[in-house]
Design a protein around this ligand. Structure first.
Ligand SMILES: *Cc1c(COP(=O)(O)O)cnc(C)c1O
Length: 248
């Protein structure tokens, strides 16, 4: 591997850019956490990342969490589900994930709750909101958020901590910013209406995290900028996600 482009250097670059984006926004760098997104990458790459101090890894397929968690069991990894989750995959996630950021409908919350009760576990969850008009993006309709959050209070197994979104896949920064600002504003409104703290806003990926930080992100989800480019577009691995790629 070229020393100019090692994972260590890519990680250092990302951390520096996060710090600079925080500074520009008048925020403290410790307000923004980094979630490394390891989807499509194998054991060796993840071990390399663990050796660099990363402990939480985002995956967007329940099957990948299942496949990776056993061989990496010695690493103390927290697996974070960030992709569309079918209810029939809730069992694996309830058993193996520390957190689900893609809770976007009641049936999924119910399925997770049932499986988590069976496991005797409680996990952190974020509600995924649909802030862009792209047809293939999943997420709860923002207008439904307050009622949805109230309903989730019935599930003791779900520790609801905030919101997640994917911005529109566009090179137009204003459109991207509009999505992130939308998530922050919907969150503020939901806090007022429900009284919940909702401290976390998971928004921003390799291509748009600086804009997300300017709009109040508390967690950026970074894949390619740490691990390098994925061999195929996301639609290849997750055809059910439709043609719009979430990769940069
Ligand atoms: C793949 C993915 C990311 C990371 O995307 P990069 O462009 O590789 O940083 C973030 N969030 C979600 C939901 C993803 O599926």
């Amino acid at each position: 591997m070229n020393i100019e482009d090692s994972m260590a250097q890519r990680l250092e670059t990302i951390r520096r850019r996060i710090g600079q984006a925080c500074e520009r926004a008048g925020r403290s760098a410790d307000e923004v956490t980094l979630l490394s997104v390891s989807k499509t990458f194998g054991e060796a790459a993840i071990r390399e990342a663990v050796a660099l101090g990363l402990t939480r890894f985002g995956e967007n397929k329940a099957q990948e969490i299942r496949q990776k968690s056993a061989p990496l069991a010695d690493c103390g990894i927290e697996w974070v589900m960030i992709g569309h989750l079918q209810t029939n995959k809730a069992k694996d996630v309830a058993r193996l994930a520390a957190e689900v950021q893609s809770v976007d409908r009641l049936e999924l919350a119910q399925a997770l709750d049932r499986r988590l009760q069976a496991e005797g576990r409680r996990i952190r969850v974020l509600v995924q909101l649909k802030t862009s008009t792209e047809p293939s993006k999943y997420g709860l309709a923002p207008e439904e958020l307050p009622d949805f959050l109230r309903t989730l209070q019935a599930y003791d197994t779900l520790d609801v901590q905030g919101l997640m979104t994917l911005a529109i896949n566009s090179t137009d920064e204003a459109s991207v910013r509009h999505c992130f600002r939308g998530l922050r504003e919907w969150c503020e409104r939901a806090r007022q209406e429900t009284g919940l703290a909702l401290p976390r806003l998971s928004m921003g990926m390799s291509g748009d995290f600086e804009t997300a930080i300017a709009e109040g992100s508390t967690e950026v989800r970074i894949g390619t900028a740490i691990f390098g480019s994925r061999p195929y577009g996301d639609a290849y691995y997750w055809p059910e996600n439709g043609p719009v790629s979430t990769s940069s």
